[in-house]
Design a protein around this ligand. Structure first.
Ligand SMILES: N[C@@H](CCC(=O)N[C@@H](CS)C(=O)NCC(=O)O)C(=O)O
Length: 225
């Protein structure tokens, strides 16, 4: 059976830098499911699988196509109940929804200001043009101005991680089951440009303490634009 994960890539097709895709890669690894990775650039997404999605991750699992990292996690949990659980039950799903929301609302909004130019710089020319136009329209200013305005927030970023630090202060990991997973690309490197690598390292540091779990799978990726 064909199982393919469509993963966002820059000019370096081996560097898959979308944390939403990482969540799915982690989920598949946790379930012990084999898959192939198909790298796609931003401007290639609308054409994949006959126009199945405007965003990645997209997972093809046999004849099924599933879009959205959380929907994919739910699908994997339901379809492969005999494999290690991603959520550990309904309570785990609810917790993961919360962690995802926290990550998106608090971490993502801060991180995107630090990394938006790094993302741009790692793309090929066509994707660079698309990314600059779409993100400058979203932010209402140039990418350079976004990064400049966000520079001061680096100082205030660490306190935003306090909820996670507090959790890990009380217990060694956030899930019920210890399982160590690599957060690397197929080439074995941390994915992404410099700022992503810093975030990967944060994720890996956290993973090594959490043993990786659904909560981490939700948290690692605060969502790159
Ligand atoms: N909620 C979605 C978000 C997916 C998403 O935003 N993906 C970005 C890449 S990280 C994307 O494909 N963007 C396409 C674009 O901006 O054109 C998920 O969790 O999968």
């Amino acid at each position: 059976m064909t199982r393919t994960l469509y993963a966002l890539a820059g000019a370096d097709r081996a560097r898959h830098f979308s944390p939403h895709v990482w969540k799915v890669a982690l989920s598949l690894a946790h379930k012990g499911l084999e898959y192939e990775t198909a790298p796609v650039g931003f401007t290639e997404i609308p054409a994949i699988e006959g126009g199945a999605t405007k965003t990645v991750p997209l997972l093809r699992d046999g004849d099924r196509l599933i879009v959205d990292s959380f929907a994919i996690a739910l699908y994997l949990e339901e379809t492969y109940p005999d494999r290690p659980s991603l959520f550990g039950g309904e309570g785990g799903k609810a917790l993961c929804r919360f962690v995802e929301s926290w990550s998106q609302a608090v971490l993502h909004t801060a991180l995107v200001r630090f990394v938006v130019l790094d993302i741009h710089d790692c793309l090929g020319p066509e994707d660079q043009a698309y990314f600059r136009t779409s993100r400058e329209a979203r932010f209402g200013k140039s990418l350079e101005a976004v990064v400049e305005a966000g520079a001061g927030e680096i100082e205030t970023f660490a306190p935003k991680l306090e909820p996670l630090r507090a959790l890990l202060g009380k217990q060694a990991f956030s899930g019920a089951r210890r399982r160590v997973l690599p957060i690397t690309s197929s080439s074995g490197r941390c994915s992404g440009p410099a700022s992503f690598r810093r975030r990967s390292c944060l994720a890996m540091e956290t993973r090594s303490r959490t043993g990786s779990s659904a909560a981490l799978i939700s948290m690692v990726a605060s969502g790159v634009p």
